[in-house]
Each structure stands twice: as C-alpha cells, then as structure tokens.
Design a protein around this ligand. Structure first.
Ligand code: RNT
Ligand code: ZN
Length: 415
C-alpha cells in the first residue's frame, strides 16, 4: 500500500468514509464497453455500406480495426488498461458472417458464437444491440415505424432474432444480456402526422417482444432520443414515447447522455424513472453542441449520474454502458479514457461522506450540506484511484498511454 493511500484512507475515515468498502463496491460494478468505438460503427457485414441513421463518427485517425480479430485485439489492449472486470456491448452488424451475405432478418446465434466464446474465455458479460441503420431498408428514414408493412416486418424479424441471440449468449455466459433497441426513425422537416408512426412503432415493438424470454438470460431496453441528423423535427421514439412504453410493458429504459436538451440533467431522471420501470440502461456519452458522442470525461454531468446511482442504491437495477465514437484520436485511447473516467466518477460517488451529508440534509442544515459537498471535491481521491489501479494490475496515472503508443507503433501503424 502506498503512503499516499494510507494518508487518504485516514482523511476519508475522519469523515466516516471507508475507502476499502468503496473500492470493493467499485470492483463489483461493470461497465459495458461498446464495440463500435473500435471501428467507427462500421461492423463486419459483407458489402456493408456507409454509416447512416443520423449518427456520425468524425475523424480519420489511422489504424481502425478492419476485422473481428483486429477489433478483439484492440479490445484486449483497452481492457488491459482499465481496472476491473467489464462487459462487451456488441451491435448486430458485428457478427462473424465469414464473407457470406447474411441479411439482418436472417442472423442466428451461430454468427455470434465467436464473440460469445471470446467473452466467456475472458469472464466478460455481453450486451447486445439490434442494428436499425446502415441498411437499404432504413434508407428512407423509417424502420419499425415505417408505413410500409414489408419494411416493418423485416425489422420486426431482426429484433426477434437479436433477442434470441442475446438469450443464447446470456444462457451460455450465465450472465444476463441487456438488449437495447434504438431506431433512427424520424423526419428532417415538420410532419403532419406525428401519431401514426408512433402507433406503428408500438405495434412493432409489441410484436417483437411477444415471445417471453427468461429474464435471467435477456432483458430488453428501449432508447429514446430528442433529435438526430436528418430527424431534427420529429423523432418517433421520443423520450415520452419510450418512457410510456417501458412503464406499460415493464421494459428497461435506456437514457443516453447525448439524447436530451443540452441543459437537461440526465442524473435527475434516474430516481424518477426507477420508481416506475424495472431497470435502466445508461449510455454514458458526451454531447458537444449536438449528440456528437464525444469521449466521456470526468465532468460534472458524468459525476452527477454516478452520484445518483450510488446515492439511490440503484447499482442492481442500473446497467452502465458507454456510447461514444471518436475517430479523431487513437480509438483504443478513446475507450480507455472514457471507461476510466466513468469508473473515476463512480469512485468519487462511492467516496462521498454520505452519512454526514444525509444528516445535514435531514437536520435542515443546508449550509453544512453545501460545505461538505464542496469540501469533498478536494479530498485525496487520486490516491484511492491510484491504489485501485495498482491492485487491479493496470497502469497508474497517464502511464497507460505508453502502452497505447507502443501498440500503435507495432500494430495499428501496420494496418
Ligand atoms: C444513437 C444511439 C445509439 C447508437 C448506437 C450505435 O443516437 O445513441 O445508441 O449510438 O446504437
Ligand atoms: Zn446511445
């Protein structure tokens, strides 16, 4: 144990905070790493086209993963620099199709067996996402809410198959998979009819969720959005739509930090929504001026989210995933920065002097509450985080960058 840690431990203990308990709690919280940061949401479909659906990875940093083997090797590198045991969040277009053209309505667990085994070997959990974009049948901007019945049926079948793949993975891994449904459906300009697409979306969701799956293997989540590129005026799957749907059908609601008005606090929604839905999936992200999916920082917004999860004792019902795709910097570094920051925010929340804060609030002493909150910001957090990294055998401080640079020289630069 470092002297810095021992001193920090004493300082925190003086405020009634047990740093050992905080580290133990942190170790038990997995973060789901999104595969799509590794290749700019490209995927491995035969003849896969450009990224569509109003999402965009800007930049062209060299060395992006072009094959499953490359992506797995990059993920292994990233995971080796992040303390703790985590999860992989996989999109359906990342299947192992072996050069075959397998359309989205024809995917089966066999195409994902390689990924499932990869997770199993590493003791990682898996999460899954149907892919409702970058496809000819999403080209007119509508999928599950399309006015065209054939298009809706195609996408319903995709959803059904994704849930089956997820359930198979959950069973094999002995670890529940969260399957998240996000669709890009919406209009660039003002619609006349806001109602019919939402009615069709509800019917499509009901059809694809009709089969009951064992919740030990699979949990479904639905992800809302305020607007996208090309769907500025109307998004079918808005916040109100999916909040209503999740409550009515007891699904998980997915809240993405980039999917609300920039001044809205995602953190404040957590305790309200969890009163009425069984669980939440978070897409921890950072929007800059728009839903730009910048790399997650140790910033106030992310801290507030993690504080809510810890303060509300919601870790059992909140699944934490990341959702950003930055192609302007080293992609592995992007994973490591974002995941380490999400974990740092969690640890900061676990190190709050909760008892003293609650006591002050209950006594109506709002002065003491504010003083404590502000003074805790400068407690010796870094020493506790460094100790965590040391114990988990990952580099302390910015040293991990040396490993990413070495990997860039030896592996990425040769791609
Ligand atoms: C899009 C949603 C969605 C995607 C991924 C790739 O706005 O945030 O979660 O980013 O499914
Ligand atoms: Zn998202």
């Amino acid at each position: 144990m470092s002297t810095a840690y021992t001193l920090a431990q004493e300082t925190y203990a003086g405020l009634g905070v047990d740093t050992e308990a905080a580290l133990q709690a942190l170790t038990a919280i997995p973060i789901s790493l999104h595969c799509w940061q590794g290749d700019d949401v490209g995927g491995f479909e035969q003849g896969g086209g450009a990224l569509t659906g109003g999402i965009q990875a800007t930049g062209n940093y060299p060395g992006k993963a072009r094959t499953i083997t490359e992506l797995q090797s990059d993920l292994d590198k990233a995971l080796s620099l992040i303390p703790g045991k985590h999860r992989l969040n996989l999109h359906a277009l990342y299947g192992d199709f072996g050069g075959e053209k397998v359309d989205r309505n024809a995917i089966t667990p066999q195409y994902f067996q390689g990924w499932i085994s990869w997770c199993k070997e590493r003791g990682l959990g898996l999460d899954f996402n149907p892919s409702y974009f970058s496809h000819p049948l999403s080209a007119d901007g509508f999928t599950l809410s399309s006015p065209d019945k054939a298009i809706r049926e195609f996408w319903i079948e995709h959803g059904i198959r994704c849930r089956e793949i997820a359930a198979a993975a959950g069973q094999q891994l002995g670890n529940t998979v969260v399957t998240n449904f996000w669709i890009p459906d919406g209009y660039k300009d003002l619609p006349v009819d806001r109602k019919a697409p939402r009615e069709r979306l509800e019917a499509s969701l009901d059809a694809l969720f009709a089969k009951k799956l064992d919740p030990k293997h699979n949990l479904d989540a639905v992800e809302c959005k305020l607007f996208g590129l090309g769907s500025e005026s109307y998004v079918v799957g808005s916040h109100e739509f999916y909040m209503g749907y999740a409550m009515k059908n007891q699904k998980l609601l997915c809240l993405d930090a980039g999917h609300f008005h920039p001044t809205e606090s995602l953190a404040d929604k957590i305790s309200a929504i969890l009163q009425f839905v069984p669980g939440l999936l978070l897409h921890v992200s950072r929007g800059v001026r728009w839903d730009s999916d910048h790399v997650v920082l140790l910033d106030d917004a992310t801290r507030a989210i993690m504080e809510e999860i810890i303060r509300g004792d919601f870790t059992g019902r909140t699944h934490i995933g990341l959702d950003f795709f930055d192609a302007s910097i080293n992609r592995i570094a992007a994973w490591v920065i974002g995941t380490r920051n999400a974990l740092k925010c969690l640890l900061l929340a676990l190190l709050e002097p909760m008892e003293a804060l609650r006591a002050a609030e209950q006594a109506g002493d709002h002065t003491a509450r504010l003083v404590l909150m502000e003074e805790s910001k400068t407690l010796p957090f870094a020493a506790v985080w460094d100790e965590h990294c040391r114990r988990q055998n990952v580099p302390v401080g910015a040293k991990w960058l040396d490993e990413v640079k070495a990997y860039e020289r030896v592996v990425l630069s040769r791609r």
